[in-house]
Design a protein around this ligand. Structure first.
Ligand SMILES: NC(=O)c1ccc[n+]([C@@H]2O[C@H](COP(=O)([O-])OP(=O)(O)OC[C@H]3O[C@@H](n4cnc5c(N)ncnc54)[C@H](OP(=O)(O)O)[C@@H]3O)[C@@H](O)[C@H]2O)c1
Ligand SMILES: [Zn+2]
Ligand SMILES: [Zn+2]
Length: 359
């Protein structure tokens, strides 16, 4: 952190090319504009989308790229128009840091679907400069894209809520899937999946984890509170839950057949795709026609939903399962994430990593 004649710099960890290996990177931050909040980052979760971005799974990468979009920090300066946030408060920021404010999406508080949204990294801000994410000492974010973390919540626990948590909460709310007694499936027990189990259980659902192996069964049932656990390659287990689910939250991050999962849904059941998959997915039409089933997708959640979800999380007394690491472990953590070896979200202790020392 520093200020040299109006231009200030910060230190983050950036990928330089599609190998996705992060290393220290010093870059400029804009000054705090009237609507901006200057944040000292305390914690930032590692989402599988960070892996997709740094490895260029999605195309059009801007390197150097500082990823990280599950950011929790402390306000250290606010612009003159900022009224809802104060210096010293604990705040969160997620994947979106700007939108047009005029389109249907923006006017209906679903700004994550705005055609002109600005991603918190690997994008270009309104000043023409690249945006950079949360694996950095500090960030500048427009107040409209910053949420206040309710008092009493532990900041490192909260980090995964800013993407993974709201990603599950939003479609359950939007698609009318909040009623207690519903039967839900969580396909893929990773960062988003474990939030899925917690949130769906807190809504009173009967939750079945559908996993690629037996490995996570004990934790899923005993620590996360799932009601049932099925290994997707085991046809007998899958057959037992055929036609039984109201919805499936599908978090698998790679191409996979949809038909085995469509057959688990009841009439009018919904398969909600979360994974960012850049190859076509296939199914035959009777799989959806004979049961009036829906295949849909959903993208993070709005700021309004994030605020609502934080209150829900607090009210229900929930906690996430995280593995806390320092920044110099981040490349190993990303490797672990790629190999499906994390329980269930890595969170980087950014403030405790003394990024300045690595410059
Ligand atoms: N739609 C959105 O707004 C949104 C938001 C956040 C993330 N995402 C995307 O959602 C997907 C999941 O994100 P995440 O952070 O939860 O990822 P994650 O922690 O890596 O979890 C993915 C889970 O999928 C299962 N899986 C099956 N095949 C796999 C494979 N070949 N490689 C890795 N995992 C495999 C694993 O669960 P089992 O061991 O149980 O099989 C794994 O734990 C990613 O594509 C991410 O980009 C989307
Ligand atoms: Zn994410
Ligand atoms: Zn808009």
């Amino acid at each position: 952190m520093g200020s040299i004649e109006g231009e200030r710099t910060t230190v983050g960890w950036a990928a330089r090319d599609p190998t996705g290996i992060l290393s220290p990177y010093t870059f400029n931050l804009r000054n705090t504009g009237p609507d901006d909040v200057y944040i000292k980052v305390h914690y930032c979760g590692i989402c599988h989308s960070d892996l997709h971005q740094i490895k260029n799974d999605l195309g059009m990468p801007n390197y150097p790229m500082v990823p990280g979009h599950e950011v929790v920090g402390e306000v250290i300066e606010v612009g003159s128009n900022v009224t809802k946030l104060k210096v010293g408060e604990v705040v969160g920021a997620g994947l979106i840091v700007g939108s047009c404010r005029n389109c249907r999406a923006c006017k209906s508080d679903i700004e994550q679907y705005c055609g002109k949204k600005i991603w918190n990294y690997n994008d270009v801000y309104t000043d023409g400069k690249p945006t950079q994410g949360g694996f950095a000492e500090t960030m500048i974010v427009d107040q409209n894209f910053v949420v206040k973390i309710p008092e009493g919540m532990s900041p490192e626990q909260v980090a995964p809520l800013l993407c993974a948590g709201v990603t599950v909460y939003s479609p359950l709310s939007h698609f009318g899937l909040r009623d207690s007694g519903l039967r839900g499936g969580i396909l893929g027990l990773g960062g988003v999946g474990h939030m899925g189990v917690k949130i769906a259980k807190a809504m009173g659902h009967h939750v079945t984890v559908i996993s690629s192996s037996e490995k996570k069964k004990k934790e899923a049932m005993e620590d996360l509170g799932a009601d049932d656990y099925v290994v997707s390659s085991d046809e007998t287990q899958m057959q037992k839950i055929a036609d039984s689910l109201d919805y499936i939250i599908d978090t698998v991050p790679v191409g996979h057949p949809l038909e085995p999962y469509l057959s688990l849904l009841k009439i009018d059941g919904k398969l909600i795709l979360m994974g960012v998959i850049n190859t076509p997915l296939q199914f035959v039409s009777p799989m959806v026609m004979l049961g009036r089933k829906t295949i849909t997708g959903s993208f993070i959640g709005s700021i309004k939903e994030t605020e609502e979800m934080l209150e829900f999380w607090k009210e229900k007394g929930l906690s996430s399962m995280i593995e806390m690491v320092k920044m110099d472990y981040i490349n190993k953590a990303l490797e672990g994430l790629e190999k499906n070896d994390v329980r269930y979200r890595f969170v980087v202790d950014v403030a405790g990593s003394k990024l300045d020392d690595h410059q």
